[in-house]
Design a protein around this ligand. Structure first.
Ligand SMILES: Cc1cc2nc3c(=O)[nH]c(=O)nc-3n(C[C@H](O)[C@H](O)[C@H](O)COP(=O)(O)O)c2cc1C
Length: 326
């Protein structure tokens, strides 16, 4: 893919976003075959052999070269991720049509992926990183906004999209709480090109999430999502029920909590903030695997369909929403 016209050929402008523990080749293949863009993070494969195998499975199912259905792989571009260079070698071998970079400077990846005709999108949470990615030559920016599953941003899409659009005419993809066809249409109205949907795809037949995880998503509403930097060191969104199951009480804790409770009394709007102050030091549960991440869009999720059925459902919502406002 040497240009971005592929978006117009999609059934819906959606990237099923990469999710640690959850995404797999089945989900990628089902998404791309259903007419959206599937993706997975390289970190989901424990070894390079497993990653090589995953790439092979996907390219066999979705084709390669110019005729391939669009799909994407997500790579962490940082010295903190030891396998970064080896993963890039495998990317160059299998040539995924789209490469999504997280963290770090995407410059090197951009030149290598452009050489084989692929596109590079970088995920960003603020204008500073958007500008850096733009100067590195990326084809698209993924604006991870407030309420997103996984590591979340803080900005409202209403603010972020227009600021980025004013300095960037490439592809703008937006993530954060988008779980319905209506929301996909909404971010297009704001000037974005595509939606980045994660949480909605956790509750699908093809995802690798456990039954407990899927059930928790079905039971949850936006109020059950706790934003915290205590689990991984940076702000992420977590299902409160899974924190409770791990013996972590986000509303209790040491001295920070006491201070926060005081703030709570005097300033109700700090309530959301104080939930970042809790003690996880004694919990043995594994983050991501036992402590489940999800975005605020959980409240719109009430079934666990196949990806094909989900895309049909989203398409119907998208069309109904369009009719409603036209
Ligand atoms: C369980 C889970 C794991 C995630 N893992 C990754 C990851 O490995 N790499 C990445 O770039 N983003 C990851 N994300 C973030 C998503 O790609 C995306 O930004 C987010 O899901 C969009 O918000 P939404 O979940 O509200 O739809 C993860 C999200 C979730 C829910």
């Amino acid at each position: 893919m040497t240009n971005q016209n592929y978006i117009d050929q999609l059934r819906l402008p959606i990237i099923q976003s990469p999710m640690f523990i959850v995404s797999n080749a089945r989900l990628v293949i089902a998404s791309s075959k259903a007419g959206i863009v599937g993706s997975f993070p390289t970190a989901n494969c424990r070894t390079l052999e497993a990653l090589d195998q995953e790439f092979t499975e996907i390219t066999q199912a979705l084709g390669s070269g110019k005729d391939a259905l669009p799909w994407a792989v997500n790579i962490i571009v940082s010295k903190m991720y030891a396998r970064s260079n080896d993963d890039i070698e495998l990317i160059l071998k299998h040539k995924p049509p789209i490469v999504i970079t997280s963290l770090g400077n995407p410059k090197e990846v951009v030149s290598k992926v452009h050489e084989y005709g692929g596109l590079v999108y970088s995920d960003v949470i603020n204008l500073y990183h958007s500008k850096k990615a733009i100067s590195a030559g990326v084809d698209g920016l993924i604006l991870v906004c407030n309420g997103a599953g996984g590591h979340t941003g803080d900005l409202s899409p209403f603010a972020f999209i227009s600021e980025v659009r004013s300095i960037f005419d490439g592809t703008i993809i937006v993530g954060g709480s988008i779980s319905s066809g209506d929301a996909v249409l909404a971010i297009k109205a704001l000037g974005a090109d595509m939606a980045y949907m994660g949480t909605r795809f956790i509750a699908t037949e093809e995802s690798d999430a456990t039954e407990d995880y899927k059930q928790m998503i079905l039971n949850a509403s936006a109020n059950d999502i706790i934003k915290s930097n205590k689990i991984t060191g940076v702000n992420g969104n977590w299902l409160e029920q899974s924190l409770n199951n791990a013996g972590i009480n986000p509303n209790a804790g040491g001295i920070q909590s006491t201070i926060s409770n005081f703030k709570k009394m005097i300033m109700p709007f700090i309530k959301q903030k104080l939930k970042v102050d809790f003690d996880v030091s004694k919990a043995s549960a594994k983050r991501w695997k036992d402590i489940f991440s999800a975005g605020q869009g959980v409240g719109s999720i009430s079934n666990v369909p196949s990806v094909e059925d989900l895309v049909l459902e989203l398409e119907q919502q998208y069309k109904e929403s369009k009719n409603r406002i036209s």
